[in-house]
Design a protein around this ligand. Sequence first.
Ligand code: PEP
Ligand code: MG
Length: 575
Amino acid sequence: MSEQELILRGTPISKGIGIGCPVFFSCFEEVTSPYFSVHKEVDEEIDRYRKALDLSRKDLENLQKNSLHSTEVHAILGTHLEIMKDPMITTGIEKKIRDTQQNTEWVFHHLIEEYKHRFNSLKDNFFKERIRDIVDISQRILGHLRRPGRLKMSEVPHNSVVCAQELVPSETIEANTSFVSAFITATGGLTSHAAIIARAKGIPYVANVDFKLLKNVSIHSIIVDGGSGIVILNPKKTTLKKYQEIKKTDQQNLNRLKNNTYLKGETIDGYEVRIYANLENPKEIESILKNGASGIGLFRSEYLCFAKKSFPTEEEQFEVYKKMVKLLRGKPLVVRIYDLGGEKKIQDIPEISEANPALGLRAIRLLKCYPHILETQLRAILRASKFGEIHVLIPLVTDISEFHYVRQKIEEMQLELKKEGQKFAKQIPLGCMIEVPSAALMTDCIAKEVDFLSIGTNDLIQYILAADRSNPHTSDLYQTMHPSVLRLIRSVVSHANAARKPLILCGEVATDPNLIPILLGFGISEFSVTPRFIPLVKDTIRKWRLLEACRLAEGALASSSAQELKEYLKQEINI
Ligand code: PEP
Ligand code: MG
């Protein structure tokens, strides 16, 4: 087992430096051997190991009792029982746990690997055969060592670098930033929800790392550079020092930006820009306001379902929305009705097999299939509307009929609530997300009817370029800087502005300092971003004059490819 410094490369997903110990999470357990990192009190670990040994011994004794008819099987099991008495398996492991302070699975796994290596290099077949017995026994013991249920994201120890086959949004949302230093995964896309959440939480993340390379390495620490996509296993002292310095500088820069929270979001020449927050977890609302947000521009309400692992009732939702608007004290709250389906699954909706989930039953399409779910949500939103300013946003609109459908449902629910004597605001603005090319191309017609629009570039890009936002194999094609993307955004903005309808851009592109001036130049004056990025977006806006931004945007539209656009920006703003 190598313990040397080893550098792996993956896709950079969430910027920042994370340093810590590996914690192998969820499906990764099945892919390689089950081992986690150091954390627990040593005595507790040893106790756990003794229990696993006891249970394994009992297994073998039971099997032996039941195999009296076969003397061979009986003899083999007898040998296994003998091996289990070997000091290597008993006191040897206990000593190692104590010496290394590492957890049992880790120590055990490595000892077995070492034995395998040693026995396999022997010429004598007898010894080679013995290793089979040891492997067999070790699997039994490891089976008993597995904790009941899977390790939960909320339970990982301090300084964990969570290594997983892939991350799903419902797990990622549970990550506690005081415990999780970084994520590395075998698969994952740049704008998958797990990625968005990692960025929202400021957890460095590198995806598409070749996990096979980890198999023969004994890892004691990992550095994850989420900006460059580099993962360093067992860093040397000098490497560690270098990355600790970078981490410190990053933190200083972040602190500097945080000082601008109370400054206005405006260009040098006084063009005012409102910056809202995208929110998944209602508990974070207070910290968002501290970041200087003008309100919540996108509340991804489906996360209420993930938190509860089923659909929240009307009452539960009402309480959440009410609390949110009250805390916002007059600032708007845009509730996007459930955007479920695709990568965001929940148990309450029967699993349907779809060849292309991103093109399938998602968001408003799914809600149309389950009207009672939509009705419950709308009733809760309407009831909360008397406590503050709430807007309703429809995700994944492809056709104006979907807007008509929701508007009709709102009217029905208003009638119902009125009959029940419930109070609600007279007006509840209703808007559409423009995140599908058909809607983008029809913005002039849609804008005439809606109260506001919201561009969801995360999805819009995947549908323009036909490149799944979560699929690592299409990550090269998923280009935020493709001129086709810019052209369509520009067209949507001009139609919204012509119809004098408010428009918020709420995709991840709004956090890219190179694209912000272009978006400003297109005439966008409202952005909604992951709260952590509000200071950065504001800082960028405050460095530009509107006229210069317009000139930059015009030039960008003339590019004929993503490469040309990048070169143009390099020349113009030194990216
Ligand atoms: C988007 O698609 O850009 C968006 C903001 O919505 P989500 O990322 O939740 O799909
Ligand atoms: Mg979307």
